[in-house]
Write a protein that binds this ligand. Sequence first.
Ligand SMILES: NC(=O)c1ccc[n+]([C@@H]2O[C@H](COP(=O)([O-])OP(=O)(O)OC[C@H]3O[C@@H](n4cnc5c(N)ncnc54)[C@H](O)[C@@H]3O)[C@@H](O)[C@H]2O)c1
Length: 390
Amino acid sequence: MSSLNKKFPRLLPEPIRKGMKVADLIDTAFKAYNGGRLAEACRLFTGKMIAGEGVVGMSLTGALTPAGLGRSAIVPLLKAGFVDWIISTGANLYHDLHYGLGMHLYAGSPFLNDVDLRRDGIIRIYDVLFDYDVLLDTDAFVRHVIQGSEFQRTMGSDEFHHLLGKYVAERERTLGIKETSVLSAAYQYGVPVFTSSPGDSSIGMNVAAMALRDSKLLIDVNRDVNQTAAIVYGAKSGGATSSVFILGGGSPKNFMLQTEPQIQEVMGIEERGHDYFLQCTDARPDTGGLSGATPGEAVSWGKIDPENLPDCVVCYADSTITLPLITAYALSKAAPRKPKRLYARREALYAKLREQYFKHGQVAKIEHRTDIEKKAKRGRSGRSVTGTKR
Ligand SMILES: NC(=O)c1ccc[n+]([C@@H]2O[C@H](COP(=O)([O-])OP(=O)(O)OC[C@H]3O[C@@H](n4cnc5c(N)ncnc54)[C@H](O)[C@@H]3O)[C@@H](O)[C@H]2O)c1
């Protein structure tokens, strides 16, 4: 017999039983290929990412909230304290509003006649259907809310979504509905929600239209870049792990990962990268696009700590399948965590990063980390060492 049995568990799944629990099914029947990766994803999320004080960022792309995943999976994850901060496409936050405002979306079919749908005022996202009025009413809600005095200034997208979430939570209360919306739950649990492209959604479109009137609302992307880096720096410098849970890919994936190069490459602060990387996607790595870029590639950029690369997981499967399963697995295997309420700490986290930046950062080129290591080695072997000028 080869030495395989010493290195790997035998592949001999249990037969699936009537009434089997989700977590048991995943542990016993998801053994290979993307089923195997999904089981690893469940164990990574539950056993390492949310362990202890680990800080978990989640990035959302793809049409997840229109499919109801906000209510079914993301809100329960926020409520359990398993996700501490979010970067989302504006689309997911916009369509989340429909649920928070008590509007109706329908499980339809992808095989309908779109010309007929257009004539009948029906919008289609693959097999999700809703009336055109859902868009018009949601747009009116956004325009109405952002006329308020607290919106008349420049702010980060986390602050903007927090304020918007307050109004969604209020509307949920008025309607007698609860736990329907990601923005409302994020507001209630103090979870910062960013968007990487504020203009690229119907929320941004309404903000832009109101700027043609007299709205002073402007989303400060520089603040977002630094604030997201501040969350990661706060976790790592405080001794906690920083994990990324990436659904899909796109610009939110990069916005979440670039926090580490922002700290190391741009600000000159020493750091090793995010600790754990979990991505569920359909994007392939061989096109060079960031959506499909692997955790290994991210290591080369300093985005991921090389030491934890063996723990990183990419599961090539639709998020509408993976997210509910990972959520159910985590909720059944791990105790809820106290929400970290990072939103309330945003100013303190920002100030801490700023202070470190002024200590280590500079305008001129920052010395390459490997150069510093080489010089340190030469120093140890008795040759002269040049200090790191920052
Ligand atoms: N009305 C609106 O507000 C509206 C509507 C749609 C899109 N948009 C905007 O368009 C931009 C693109 O958004 P997008 O979400 O369509 O991203 P996208 O289509 O660019 O997808 C990003 C990545 O995620 C992957 N992906 C998408 N769905 C997936 C799934 N179900 N499972 C696994 N992987 C999946 C894709 O293959 C891709 O690699 C965003 O800025 C968004 O705000 C706005």
